[in-house]
Design a protein around this ligand. Structure first.
Ligand code: PEP
Length: 243
């Protein structure tokens, strides 16, 4: 069975005082039997060392070290206490022009550093409206997911770009179609394709989490805005525990 993961992406939000949200979350879900992953800004990773939750970076460089001012390597994230890292988030692909090849290189660096890479893929609104969603997913999966990956060191997050931070959510049928497609592609390519955790991301909230987690091949969520406050993230975690 793929592991269930409730993942929170804090993006460029949060300072030390916001770590009290993790304490609140620990009071509610400290003994959860699903994986709870928090991806704070890199500046807060080492300050999270006492949390029972998994901690992840939001990006890493593809090199181990070197002359890359402002970047953080996967080894540095691991050294700071991370066990996961997001790669290929659409905001990285858009803001920093990250290509599938670069996302694959970052994912390899993450795996080599002992991190689990959460590889993000998803179509834009234009691509969906012109019927290209599954083609885009195929291209991104083929280009971003390294051949050396396996279900223990990679997670796939399907995040339609048009659903991120917009309050718009695909229909359950649309989520089911894409997740089934991803599962089929993983099974065709990897012996343990059935074991990969597939997360849905894009405007997940307490009010829609249960129905999304009821969709086949959805093993959890990557959550942005609703992961910042324990009171908003907690119902999502509870819905995943019950799914
Ligand atoms: C995200 O940042 O990956 C995300 C899904 O954001 P939101 O939940 O705010 O749509």
């Amino acid at each position: 069975m793929p592991r269930k993961i409730a993942a929170g992406n804090w993006k460029m939000n949060g300072q030390r005082e916001n770590l009290r949200e993790l304490q609140r979350l620990e009071d509610l879900h400290g003994d959860a039997d699903i994986a709870i992953l928090i991806c704070p800004p890199a500046t807060l990773i080492s300050a999270c060392e006492d949390t029972p939750f998994d901690i992840g970076g939001q990006d890493c460089h593809s090199a181990v070290s070197g002359a890359h001012t402002g970047d953080v390597s996967a080894d540095m994230l691991a050294d700071a206490g991370a066990s996961y890292v997001l790669t290929g988030h659409s905001e990285r692909r858009t803001d920093h022009g990250e290509t599938d090849a670069l996302v694959a290189a970052k994912s390899v660096a993450a795996i080599d550093a002992g991190l689990i890479a959460v590889i993000c893929i998803g179509e834009t609104l234009d691509e969906r409206e012109s019927g290209k969603t599954l083609n885009v997913i195929d291209t991104q999966l083929a280009g971003s997911l390294p051949d050396s990956a396996n279900a223990q060191d990679c997670v796939i997050a399907y995040e339609p770009v048009w659903a991120i931070g917009t309050g718009k959510v695909p229909t359950l049928e649309q989520i089911a179609e894409v997740h089934a497609h991803i599962r089929a592609r993983l099974n065709a390519r990897f012996e343990d394709g059935d074991e990969f955790s597939l997360l849905y991301g894009g405007s997940v909230k307490g009010s829609n989490a249960a129905e999304i987690f009821g969709v086949a091949n959805v093993d959890g969520a990557l959550v942005g805005g609703a992961s910042l406050k324990a009171k908003d993230f907690s119902p999502i975690i509870t819905a995943l525990e019950r799914a």
